[in-house]
Design a protein. Structure first.
Length: 135
């Protein structure tokens, strides 16, 4: 009788993959950093940098998408002169992605209703009006 292979979840890294990541230097540096130092660094980042950082690992993404991390996004948005305020129907990370990302963000809204219901079109109109008025 043939032995069955043990099934491993597709999303979990094998021990060999984890060892390769450690050997090649791929680590979540923020997870190893003291909280007070990480806090200070995050307060100095531009929204584009914060968005890029949020995409570096699942751990970092989860941390920066929590409601308790909204202050980092709000503080970073204050650094951009002439940027309209975040629309009421959007959270700050979504606003930053819409304004600063070079990727199409339509897929982010899938299953949440049409973009107009989320304030995306309103946000785009706000940006265009600010640009037209020279702000």
């Amino acid at each position: 009788m043939a032995r069955r292979k043990a099934k491993h979840p597709k999303n979990s890294a094998s021990a060999a993959e984890r060892m390769n990541d450690e050997a090649s230097g791929k680590r979540d540096v923020l997870a190893d950093m003291p909280v007070d130092i990480m806090h200070e660094i995050l307060l100095y980042l531009h929204p584009r940098e914060l968005l890029s950082l949020s995409r570096t690992s699942k751990t970092t993404h989860s941390f920066l998408m929590k409601k308790s991390s909204a202050s980092y996004w709000k503080e970073s948005l204050k650094k951009v002169d002439g940027l309209p305020a975040c629309p009421e129907k959007l959270i700050e990370p979504a606003w930053v992605a819409l304004v600063f990302s070079t990727f199409c963000t339509v897929g982010l809204w899938k299953g949440h209703g049409p973009p107009s219901s989320l304030g995306i079109l309103d946000a785009i109109v706000q940006l265009l009006q600010a640009a037209a008025s020279g702000k």
